[in-house]
Design a protein around this ligand. Structure first.
Ligand code: ZN
Length: 339
């Protein structure tokens, strides 16, 4: 009986003295992995810009570093950063052309890294105001994601015709100010990731095994594909995909086998034996809360109980090119869409 080279209970680090990726004890050498890569911080001058953590704490991107062993950092992850950084420098076509696993691992590291960083905050709680952000028990719940991340080390592999995520790549408008050319959206508790980097926006459901991309049509996402997204439209697109993530109602099931130098994974058909759609019905009122959260706009200005504002489609349901520049943020109330 071959032994599994990766084991959750043993290899998922839940404390800051081990490598966040492979679980190696760092007593004999620790490196810091930037959650948000250095090329990104450099390109958009983000070192002192702050990210809002789950409990509302603000932390500079430069301090978003997590414990990592040298081989995960300097071999596996730096190879991914190099490839992905080059693609973002080129634009959406190059990002779309990236190997799907490479892009997934890049997004997955940031997504998981933000949560892991929050665990370290508990350990060095210099700021007594900072409440409990993330507990080790909570992070342990993301063990499937941690398992998938092992593909960065080649230790886990999934079938070439299966993929963990639904990924959407969009063209984005670039504001004049470098710092405004980067944006990031996440939502608590759901494996969702959205980022706008220069002229490229990427929105992903990280563990639906392609369901959002293949099993449903979301008119707003379809419109977004045809647009050069204004920063506000990016936020709306992210909100839409984030809300859809919350509607996904299956827990993907995997069959694992030990194959010597890796763990092989096969994912069973997402719908399973049930004829029920894999996404719950879209509820405009519920979506309005997500849209309000992601855009920072009061819900009353977005939703009148029946209609909801969209900047993605016009009254004839066609993709809408916003008439103001990427440097301006406007909130006209004329674009009420009935869903
Ligand atoms: Zn490691």
């Amino acid at each position: 009986m071959p032994e599994f080279i990766y084991q959750w209970g043993r290899d998922q680090a839940l404390t800051a003295d081990r490598c966040f990726l492979c679980g190696a004890d760092l007593a004999r050498g620790r490196t810091d992995e930037h959650v948000f890569p250095q090329w990104l911080l450099r390109r958009f001058d983000l070192w002192n810009e702050k990210i809002t953590l789950l409990n509302g704490t603000l932390m500079p991107y430069a301090q978003m570093r997590i414990p990592c062993c040298s081989s995960c950092n300097n071999e596996h992850l730096s190879r991914i950063e190099q490839t992905v950084g080059d693609a973002f420098a080129e634009g959406p076509e190059a990002v779309s052309a990236l190997d799907a696993t490479t892009l997934f691992l890049w997004m997955g590291k940031i997504y998981y890294g933000v949560m892991f960083r929050e665990i370290s905050l508990l350990a060095d709680r210099r700021d007594p105001q900072a409440g409990a952000i993330m507990t080790p028990e909570f992070l342990a719940g993301f063990r499937t994601h941690h398992l998938l991340m092992q593909a960065a080390r080649g230790v886990v592999r999934w079938r070439h015709d299966q993929h963990p995520a639904s990924v959407f790549v969009f063209q984005a408008q670039e504001p004049t100010h470098p710092r405004a050319r980067f944006d990031y959206v996440d939502i608590i508790n759901f494996p969702f990731f959205a980022v706008r980097v220069g002229t490229t926006a990427v929105v992903a459901v990280l563990q639906d095994w392609g369901a959002l991309a293949e099993a449903v049509t979301v008119p707003g996402l379809e419109a977004a594909r045809q647009l050069d997204l204004h920063p506000q439209q990016f936020r709306e697109t992210a909100a839409l995909a984030a809300y859809m993530t919350t509607l996904f109602n299956r827990v993907p099931k995997h069959v694992m086998h030990a194959a010597g130098d890796h763990v092989g994974m096969f994912t069973l058909p997402i719908a399973g034996l049930s004829a029920k759609p894999v996404f719950d019905a879209f509820d405009v009122g519920d979506y309005a809360h997500v849209l309000s959260h992601v855009t920072g706009q009061p819900i009353e200005e977005l939703y009148d109980g029946r209609n909801i504002v969209t900047l993605l489609r016009d009254g004839a349901d066609q993709p809408w090119a916003v008439p103001w520049s990427a440097d301006e943020h406007c909130f006209p109330d004329i674009r009420l869409m009935q869903q």
